[in-house]
Design a protein around this ligand. Structure first.
Ligand SMILES: [Zn+2]
Length: 186
């Protein structure tokens, strides 16, 4: 097994591992020695191999996902136009915020964004996710009208408007790649 890894030391209290496409990351407390980190990695070899397998399988699946046809794309765009601006208006009213234009695109890398000019942008591929995911992304972007960052205060706003946010954000993290793969860039 390949024991190469990137060691990131910080004020944290425990060691953790993250298996990524570009390598293995070990996060450890400042006092951790190279040898301790090595041992930790070695001890978790089976887990690392399993994770690498899962990652490779997911990657392969993303490659085999059928791309959207032009017709499907048009359908999703029409659906998004009927659904998203209305959800934006609903939550904006609830939150008492004003926004600029709402743009809908078929995007390969993001679900939504909010510009400094208060214009909002959403991915039409959201129409392939549950309605709760659509709402959680809408609320996320609307909260950027109040906080242009991902600070604790930003998430306070998000949770206040959409208490189930974490659950649906996790859904998107777990399933989003496969859906975005349909846009055809992988
Ligand atoms: Zn954000």
């Amino acid at each position: 097994m390949d024991y190469a890894y990137t060691l990131i030391k910080s004020k944290r209290k425990t060691i953790s591992l993250e298996v990524r496409e570009d390598g293995l990351i070990v996060r450890a407390p400042n006092r951790t020695t190279k040898r301790e980190a090595d041992e930790f990695v070695k001890k978790h070899e089976a887990w690392i191999l399993k994770k690498r397998g899962q990652l490779a399988a997911r990657k392969a699946m993303e490659h085999s996902v059928p791309r959207l046809s032009e017709q499907e794309r048009r359908k999703l765009a029409a659906l998004a136009k009927a659904v998203i601006p209305q959800r934006v208006a609903h939550y904006a009213r609830l939150m008492g915020v004003r926004y600029g234009k709402v743009t809908l695109r078929c995007q390969k890398t993001r679900w939504g964004s909010c510009s400094a000019k208060k214009n909002l942008n959403f991915n039409i591929l959201l129409m392939l996710t549950p309605p709760e995911v659509v709402d959680s992304v809408v609320v996320h972007e609307l909260c950027h009208l109040l906080e242009m960052n991902h600070s604790a205060r930003f998430y306070e706003q998000v949770y206040a408007v959409y208490p189930e946010y974490d659950r649906w954000n996790r859904w998107l993290k777990e399933n989003g790649n496969l859906i975005m793969a349909r846009a055809g860039y992988r």
